[in-house]
Ligand binder design. Structure first.
Ligand code: SF4
Length: 228
């Protein structure tokens, strides 16, 4: 349970509609099918996982409580159609579901980046879910929630972040076993600084995989600086 959920029943409705937010910023979407679009990112604080290669550890703690009204209003000031709710693990705060709904109601194209460890079945169907399947190199592959797969629609995406050849072979076995590419788009991405992008590209081509390779565009542009 996320901090603050335990006392929500005793708070007034306005206060109960709050989320702990690490940052809200506008940047270029660096990943997924929306890569390249100017996008507002709403980063929720907290994550129950600890992936070895996590690049957003600063979002594990801290941030501040914001009302959902306030968040939606701030997003509007950036004047972008695309909004990405991310973390940390955004679904670790239950009221994230309300935020997603409200952002869709406001007319945005909303995507959700989630670890794949928590239930996605209650996410508003208008939201594009980008669900990780954690490979062994992350150290968190036992947390994959396989029951999420039937909840994925053709508009959603499954993402593998791969640290080495063993991760790649593991991902291929999962792809084949669950026929993931028949359900939605599948993304393969190299861990920055661990697996050479060209090597991954050559493996994908050699194996004729029905997957889409992607690089993290924001890292090419700005490196690992928070706020991008
Ligand atoms: S799920 Fe995401 S935020 Fe959480 S530890 Fe893994 S990479 Fe970091």
């Amino acid at each position: 349970m996320a901090e603050g959920d335990s006392n929500s029943q005793t708070l007034s409705p306005a206060l109960a509609e709050r989320l702990r937010i690490s940052e809200i910023f506008c940047s270029i979407q660096g990943e997924s099918r929306s890569a390249g679009w100017p996008t507002v990112f709403v980063r929720l604080t907290g994550c129950p996982l600890r992936c070895t290669w996590c690049d957003t550890e600063y979002a594990f703690h801290g941030g501040g409580w914001r009302s959902i009204d306030d968040i939606v209003q701030e997003v509007a000031t950036h004047k972008t159609h695309h909004v990405c709710v991310t973390g940390g693990e955004p679904l670790a705060q239950k009221r994230c579901l309300t935020l997603l709904q409200r952002l869709c109601d406001a007319g945005h194209e909303v995507s959700l980046e989630t670890s794949g460890a928590l239930d996605v079945s209650q996410v508003d169907p208008r939201v594009i879910k980008v669900v990780d399947l954690k490979a062994p190199g992350s150290g968190e592959h036992k947390r994959n929630r396989w029951q999420n797969i039937p909840s994925l629609a053709p508009s959603d995406q499954i993402k593998f972040v791969l640290a080495d050849r063993a991760d790649y072979d593991w991902a291929n076995a999962v792809l084949t076993e669950h026929k993931l590419h028949e359900r939605c788009e599948v993304l393969y991405s190299p861990v920055h600084g661990s697996l050479a992008p060209r090597e991954l590209a050559e493996w994908i081509l050699a194996d004729h995989l029905p997957v889409r390779m992607q690089m993290q565009l924001h890292k090419l542009l700005w490196g690992d600086v928070p706020g991008h």
